[in-house]
Ligand binder design. Structure first.
Ligand code: NAP
Length: 486
């Protein structure tokens, strides 16, 4: 059974339980970032089809929200089971269109599926309130109701999880959803739609539309039927969508860019910090919004950390994600490589020193792909672009610091506030630094923090709202106050 056929089969979008797209639509070619080979082509839908999707999602809303939470949960659990059952095929699809190593793709499917199970459980625990009345002839209640028709726009770095993190919460709450996936990775999204269909999610409840981002985005934002938009992607696009949504005053969840500090204090377990940095910096070839962008190492352990990190980085195997034993796959496209090269050249021009890596990966098997050597830059400083911008690639710049106060100041000196990490043993440092970091998420003595049971999201220019945990469900619920005179 194939979720998305390989070869030149043209792929359609999934709207109201039907596969939509024909030769009246233009086509976009999807390529494998490991070898630039064409995988397939996808029909590009636009304004009219988005309008149809909104109308159908609106029709599907009433029967879906009237189901009990348990009934919705049963359907969601079918979806969960099918995703888990098809882990291998879905993972191959992610590796094919996104490039990450197969083991990471399997991990992403497990993570993606976990949101569906979590929210199918959480849906049954949505509670209102009875308030002590302010007058003796009044009774006051608060009930929670689904927001309504919702939309999601997702990025390519986690083609499955960025969808389920939104859709599972929306559907569990009783909302319907239209998803526009990233153009580099639509196949995973379409496969998820196929499984949603097989799971018995009713037509119109979950829709995936591929096509022109601007047209689809504007149509979703302009239409007052869409009551909420959840976006994961870059901060500039998040700002644009927020402005576009002002006309219809939509609820917004914005999961935007990061610039994560990763701090190692003198008393840290250096081996654990190195292991954390490898996971946090080089997973998904450094293309995660929560990945370490700036590594701050306290002066006494700077050289030891740098040396140990170098040894660990030089052990990383770079290659095609579908080959056994590969740790780092290709970057998503040549624009991503250009940004990495720009950040390295800029860092070297401001006194940075290459400890390892620094160039595109050489060798015949890398020629057609977007491969870059895992790189470490010593002597990083605040003049460098890398101190201020998300690199989104496998480059670890090492900054040296002396005191807790200095490093907190530097870590917070950014418009972003998604994730931060630090390694320390002293309990007062642990508390002090956890509280002082202006970030939505803080990892202490760990480089991996994401889980379906906890709220994921940022502050400042990293966005609004949370996904995961019970907080993620409340993003799809309205609070209604009922005042009864008796
Ligand atoms: P992006 O360029 O902002 O694109 C994200 C999505 O938005 C894509 O589907 C894109 O489609 C769409 N888009 C772009 N312009 C649009 C418009 N005018 N109207 C409607 N949709 C539009 O970001 P990216 O490069 O794909 O993803 C990387 C960024 O996402 C990084 O900054 C990363 O930190 C962030 N990210 C954040 C989180 C988080 O949870 N905070 C998670 C993952 C990634 P097109 O490509 O067709 O334009």
């Amino acid at each position: 059974m194939s979720l998305v056929s390989s070869g030149l089969i043209r792929q359609k979008s999934y709207i109201n339980g039907k596969w939509i797209g024909d030769d009246s639509h233009s086509l976009v070619t999807i390529t494998n970032p490991a070898n630039s080979e064409e995988i397939t082509q996808v029909y590009q839908l636009g304004k009219n089809e988005t309008q149809t999707a909104i109308e159908q999602a609106s029709k599907a809303l009433s029967p879906w929200k009237k189901l009990t939470a348990s009934e919705r949960a049963s359907v969601l659990m079918q979806w969960y089971e099918l995703i888990v059952k098809n882990t291998d095929e879905l993972a191959e699809l992610i590796t094919l269109e996104q490039g990450k190593p197969l083991a990471e793709s399997k991990g992403e499917i497990t993570y993606a599926a976990s949101f569906i199970r979590w929210y199918s459980e959480e849906a049954k625990r949505v509670y209102g309130e009875v308030i002590t009345p302010h007058q003796s002839d009044k009774r006051l209640m608060v009930v929670k109701q689904p927001v309504g028709v919702t939309a999601a726009i997702t990025p390519w770095n986690f083609p499955a999880a960025m969808i389920t993190r939104k859709a599972a919460a929306a559907l569990a709450a009783g909302c319907t959803m239209i998803v526009k996936p990233a153009p580099d990775t639509p196949l995973t999204a379409l496969a998820m739609a196929e499984l949603a269909d097989r799971a018995g999610i009713p037509a119109g409840v979950f829709n995936v539309i591929c096509g022109d981002a601007k047209q689809i985005g504007e149509t979703l934002c302009d239409n007052p039927i869409v009551r909420k938009l959840s976006f994961t992607g870059s901060t500039p696009v998040g700002r644009l969508l927020m402005a576009q949504s002002a006309k219809t005053l939509k609820k917004l969840s914005l999961e935007l860019g990061g610039n994560a500090p990763f701090i190692v204090f003198n008393d840290a377990d250096i081996d654990a910090a190195v292991a954390g940095a490898i996971l946090c910096k080089f997973r998904n070839a450094g293309q995660t919004c929560v990945c370490a962008n700036r590594l701050y190492i306290q002066a006494d352990v700077y050289d030891e950390f740098a040396q140990k990190l170098k040894l660990a980085v030089e052990k990383l195997n770079v290659g095609h994600g579908n080959v056994e034993g590969i740790d780092v796959g290709p970057l998503i496209n040549s624009v991503a490589i250009d940004k990495v090269e720009k950040h390295i050249a800029d860092a070297l021009s401001f006194g940075g020193e290459l400890l390892t890596g620094g160039t595109r990966q050489h060798g015949e098997q890398f020629e057609q792909g977007n491969f870059f050597e895992p790189t470490i830059i010593k002597n990083a400083n605040n003049k460098m672009l890398i101190a201020h911008e998300e690199t989104f690639g496998p480059v670890a710049p090492l900054f040296k610091f002396d005191t807790v106060e200095d490093v907190i100041k530097q870590a917070n000196e950014t418009e972003f506030g998604l994730a931060a990490y630090f390694f320390a043993r002293d309990i007062s440092t642990v508390w002090q630094v956890s509280e002082a970091l202006e970030y939505g998420m803080v990892g202490v003595n760990t480089g991996i923090i994401s889980t379906e049971v906890a709220p994921f999201g940022g502050v400042k220019s990293s966005g609004l709202g949370r996904e995961g945990g019970h907080q993620g469900l409340s993003e799809y619920l309205e609070t209604k106050y009922i005042c009864m005179s008796i």
